[in-house]
Design a protein. Structure first.
Length: 132
């Protein structure tokens, strides 16, 4: 009896966690990778008409020599792009972060950018993905 209660609780928690991931990912994504010879990298495409939540996922691989910034940028057509959210990853670290867009941000365009720590620094191997 005790084992079945544990199994049921595990199942309920698993379903709840899976539904949260599905909610955060509305089907669109943009990705970018960086190698140790690059000072920065950004996704070639943006997610247009974002709605609800965004999820930023970043990986800084073990072979990196520096910390890596994984940044979600809002693309502005007639002004400088704006930093929306950012992850700072240690060497051999991965992380994800989900947040809700404000009413003003719904419908905007977003992309992901990677930068090794330090001015014009190189030495990171990693990637970043932004999900709508």
């Amino acid at each position: 009896m005790r084992l079945s209660k544990v199994a049921i609780c595990t199942l309920v928690v698993s379903i709840f966690m899976t539904s949260g991931v599905v909610f955060a990912r509305n089907g669109e994504k943009v990705s970018v990778s960086i190698d140790k010879n690059q000072t920065s990298a950004k996704s070639t495409n943006s997610i247009w008409n974002c709605q609800g939540n965004l999820e930023l996922v970043g990986v800084n691989k073990k072979s990196s020599k520096r910390k890596l910034y994984v940044t979600c940028m809002e693309q502005k057509d007639y002004a400088a792009d704006r930093k929306e959210e950012e992850l700072k990853l240690n060497i051999d670290q991965s992380q994800d972060y989900t947040w809700a867009l404000s009413a003003e941000e719904n419908g905007e365009k977003f992309y992901v950018k990677l930068n090794p720590e330090g001015p014009l620094a190189k030495g990171c191997v990693g990637n970043g993905t932004l999900y709508d």
